[in-house]
Design a protein around this ligand. Structure first.
Ligand code: HEM
Length: 514
């Protein structure tokens, strides 16, 4: 067994502990020769292919031991009291300073809301989501059927996603209030920036500069609280102790605030009933849901616009959306009809394979005081981060043919042809749904900590892409604008524009059903 140097939990990237761990581990796997994170994906793949763990230096979030794929099962099976994924997120987001309440990250509450209320009742939100998409597209892209219009893609997508996510979280009219939307999105955006800055500070400076750096973000949060807390108080008047988590009552609003209140009155922990706690959780939920979805749909639309077959891809997607809309008329765009949109599903999955929002798949922190020993024999002390990246496996040519090529229907070719044999190279690349995570598809992470919001994300992104296709044409562009790497995050081209034009034959497909 090989031991890395013993040390305490890492709180800053530059601690001696991290450096010595780095030296110790690189002794195992040969020196790591390409330090900057953005250049090291090929090296990651190479070491992992040779079944060797290696240390990936990271000055922002602390170094990380990257495990070979053969250790994925072991990694996923480790109990949370030994290896913990939430600890990594808490540290990366400086949750104790930026996240209003340190415990919100990783607590079961938000996951429960998403699984028990949102995912189970997706169909009840479909009509409302379509209304927001139609309203948002009209506002951001307009209705000129004669002239092409140049639009900044990311801005429009962020605005529309912000609106439709808030329709589900807080309802009308707030979800269309420009001031409220701006504030919630600034809050989410600033969390990432301030966390990155605080992580660069040495530990002793954090208590001094932390409050200064987060002051503006907290100010944004207080603006959210001034709007949300009175709504919570007012709605709470109709509830009281003893109200069971009954079947959804459709005379009540169908949004997060209502769910959180109903849930809070099923037990005696009064903390959950406080308007302050409900508002804090709402802000964190918006943080998780909005930018991730806006980035993903922006990537998809750039991929479509820059493809050599842009017009025929748009044509195919439009036909699929029309077929679905006609089938769904008089009911809703329900789970079953959206599941039938295999081309739309495949294109979302393919774009996320190429451009997942983070380059990490599964990353966990050793929280067992005695550390943990890898299946390959190396010992990781308390505080070490270890995991498996997604960028490497997503671009592994032994798994995906032409892994750097955007192949929109890669994941549905067999479904469309009805073939039983997959032409893919590996079982991990066989046709699957956008939301299905595998060892080689970790855009939503993988295992028990995979994104709980991915079913809602899939629903909203399919609906949005379908309506973009039904209502607009996108002018092809000669080349794909580059995505931007910031540490582990992969952002879309935020300033790039595309040209769009409203279709003359567009039809409204708002079909509301409960
Ligand atoms: C395409 C859009 C989305 C992408 C790409 C995405 C991606 C991810 C990823 C990679 C993680 C794991 C982070 C980690 O632990 O390393 C995650 C976690 C999470 N996501 Fe998403 N997400 C998306 C949409 C959403 C939506 C719409 C919601 C809310 C409805 C949501 C709620 C969450 C929450 C609450 C967690 C933390 C789960 C936990 O505590 O275990 N996400 N997401």
């Amino acid at each position: 067994m090989v031991f890395l140097q013993e040390g305490g939990p890492r709180s800053g990237a530059s601690s001696d502990y991290v450096s010595s761990s780095l030296r110790a581990t690189t002794r195992l796997a040969q020196p790591y020769t390409t330090p900057p994170v953005i250049f090291c994906n090929l090296q990651r793949l190479q070491y992992s292919k040779e079944e060797r763990p290696f240390v990936l230096p990271n000055i922002l979030c602390g170094h990380e031991v990257i495990l070979p794929m053969s250790q994925m099962r072991w990694l996923l099976e480790q109990p949370d009291h030994i290896l913990n994924q939430h600890e990594v997120n808490k540290q990366a987001l400086c949750a104790d300073r930026t996240m209003l309440d340190h415990n919100i990250i990783g607590e079961a509450h938000l996951r429960d809301f998403i699984r028990r209320s949102l995912t189970r009742d997706l169909d009840t939100h479909a009509g409302a989501i379509v209304e927001e998409i139609e309203d948002g597209l009209e506002a951001f892209w307009g209705s000129d059927t004669e002239n092409w219009r140049e639009v900044t893609l990311y801005d429009g997508m962020l605005g529309i996603i912000g609106q439709l996510v808030n329709r589900v979280f807080v309802g009308l009219p707030l979800c269309r209030d420009p001031e409220f939307l701006h504030t919630t999105m600034s809050f989410a955006h600033l969390v990432v920036l301030t966390a990155g800055f605080i992580n660069l500070l040495p530990s002793w400076l954090k208590p001094i500069f932390g409050p200064v750096v987060t002051a503006y973000d907290k100010f944004q949060y207080r603006k959210i609280a001034r709007v949300i807390e009175p709504i919570v108080r007012k709605r709470a008047l109709s509830l009281g102790p003893g109200v069971a988590l009954q079947k959804q009552d459709f005379s009540q609003p169908n949004d997060y605030i209502q769910w959180a209140l109903r849930e809070a009155y099923t037990h005696s922990d009064v903390r959950d009933r406080s308007p302050e706690m409900i508002t804090k959780r709402l802000a964190v939920l918006g943080f998780a849901a909005i930018h991730s979805s806006a980035i993903s749909i922006t990537n998809v639309l750039f991929d479509i616009a820059a493809s050599g077959s842009s017009l025929s891809i748009q044509h195919e997607l439009r036909l699929e959306a029309k077929r679905t809309a006609e089938k769904a008329s008089n009911s809703a765009w329900n789970k079953a009809s959206l599941a039938g949109m295999v081309m739309t599903d495949s294109i979302l999955r393919e774009s996320m394979r190429l451009w997942g929002i983070i380059s990490h798949g599964v990353t966990k922190s050793v929280i067992a005081k005695e550390g943990v020993t890898l299946p390959s024999g190396e010992h990781l002390p308390y505080g070490t981060k270890c995991g498996i990246t997604s960028y490497g496996p997503h671009h592994d040519q032994t798994v995906y043919d032409n892994p750097y090529t955007f192949d929109p229907f890669r994941f549905c070719r067999d479904k469309l042809s009805g073939a039983t044999d997959s032409s893919s190279k590996s079982a991990n690349a066989t046709p699957t749904a956008f939301v299905t995570t595998t060892d080689y598809y970790m855009g939503f992470s993988h295992g028990r900590n995979a994104c709980p919001g991915r079913f809602f994300a899939s629903q909203q992104l399919k609906l949005l892409l379908a309506h973009v296709m039904l209502k607009y044409e996108i002018e092809p562009i000669p080349s794909r604008p580059e995505n931007q790497w910031l540490n582990n995050a992969i952002g879309p081209p935020v300033k790039e524009k595309i040209r769009i034009r409203r279709r003359k034959d567009d039809v409204s497909y708002v079909t509301v059903g409960r």
